[in-house]
Design a protein around this ligand. Structure first.
Ligand SMILES: NC(=O)C1=CN([C@@H]2O[C@H](COP(=O)(O)OP(=O)(O)OC[C@H]3O[C@@H](n4cnc5c(N)ncnc54)[C@H](OP(=O)(O)O)[C@@H]3O)[C@@H](O)[C@H]2O)C=CC1
Ligand SMILES: CC(=O)N[C@@H](CCC(=O)OP(=O)(O)O)C(=O)O
Length: 308
């Protein structure tokens, strides 16, 4: 049976990419608001209430408002914003993150889509805390670089239009310098950590793509080695085809990893790099911030919810 889907924020960066992915689907009736009506709350409310599933591609406050506008209608939600990432009553929309998570998403009323950096970090960390290789008390550090589309319409304009007053000229820049980033609570909770991870994000002059690095000292882990970490990741992701664990001999043959290598895909690669003596390990997740990091993940969650 055809289901109605409304993307609130369909004219934004994440929304547009979801609409593109759904355009050719004949099992979905895509409800749409004209660009000029995107902030008309009466029209939004009607769409939100009519939809079987609404996908929110909005700033956090507007996402909370959308949920309120549809109250009592029975509409199921996928929220791409940060508003509900650790909220009660919302299922975490990362099907591969926990045993049984896929089934929870299928039957969920409300699904919160993970953050882009969070997807890479949790993909690396959660299998290791579940396997007991990474103590929950480990002081985790996360260093990452994102394509500039991660900053939405505004950052895209700042990076692409040099005539703007607020144009960004840098080829690469660090931000969240006060170590306060909206993904930290989500990464901590969803990875099973007790300390806030130290998160240092960066943006590069490329539109889409992302690398998330997590350096670890093997001696400070529970008897972990490069091999046991690789085995734990491979066992955790067995039987699915979205997260790929790169074989260690392939990683050893690489001179560099291009942050745009996964751009345009909805998949993610995980690498386990190590010093020759095995004492220092660097885990790397490579994904498209708008693929598995946002729009691709939202469509994956939609497909699961449509199975209910
Ligand atoms: N870009 C990315 O890589 C990722 C984004 N996300 C999340 O997805 C959400 C959307 O991000 P993104 O697509 O990048 O952002 P954009 O700024 O590109 O798009 C947001 C859209 O929402 C519209 N909007 C803003 N406020 C309201 C409102 N009050 N009512 C109705 N519409 C509104 C905007 O309209 P207007 O043009 O008028 O501002 C715009 O069309 C955010 O929460 C973001 O954090 C999550 C993962 C990755
Ligand atoms: C490059 C850039 O600015 N990235 C955004 C994160 C992307 C995003 O909006 O993510 P979530 O909705 O998943 O939180 C940021 O650091 O705030």
């Amino acid at each position: 049976m055809t289901k109605s889907v409304f993307i609130d924020g369909e004219h934004g960066t994440t929304g547009l990419q979801i609409a593109e992915r759904l355009a050719a689907r004949d099992d979905i009736n895509l409800l749409s608001l004209a660009m000029e009506d995107r902030r008309d709350n009466e029209k939004r409310a009607a769409m939100l209430r009519d939809a079987d599933i609404a996908i929110l591609c909005l700033p956090d406050d507007a996402a909370r408002e959308a949920v309120a506008l549809a109250e009592g209608s029975g509409t199921r939600f996928i929220d791409a914003s940060t508003a509900h990432r650790i909220a009660d009553g919302w299922v975490y929309g990362f099907a591969e993150s926990e045993p049984g998570q896929r089934e929870k998403i299928i039957h969920a009323q409300n699904v919160t889509n993970p953050g882009c950096y969070s997807t890479g970090a949790i993909a690396l960390l959660r299998p290791l805390t579940l396997a007991g290789l990474l103590p929950s008390t480990y002081p985790v550090t996360i260093n990452a670089v994102s394509g500039y589309s991660g900053g939405g319409k505004q950052m895209i304009a700042q990076m692409e239009d040099a005539t703007r007053d607020d144009a960004i000229e840098a080829p690469y820049f660090a931000y969240a310098l006060s170590l306060k980033h909206k993904h930290v609570p989500e990464i901590k909770v969803r990875s099973g950590l007790t300390l806030d991870p130290i998160f240092t994000p960066n943006v590069g002059r490329f539109a889409q793509g992302m690398l998330v690095n997590i350096p670890l000292h093997a001696d400070a882990m529970n008897g972990a080695s490069r091999e046991t970490i690789h085995q734990a990741l491979a066992a955790h992701y067995a039987g699915q085809d979205i997260v790929e664990i790169v074989p260690n001999d392939v990683t050893d043959g690489l001179a560099r990893i291009d942050p745009t290598e996964m751009a345009g895909t909805d998949r993610m690669k995980l690498y386990v790099c190590a010093r020759e003596d095995g004492k220092q390990i660097n885990l790397i997740a490579s994904l498209d911030n708008l693929g598995k990091g946002a729009s691709g993940a939202a469509v994956q969650n939609l497909n699961l919810m449509l199975q209910a």
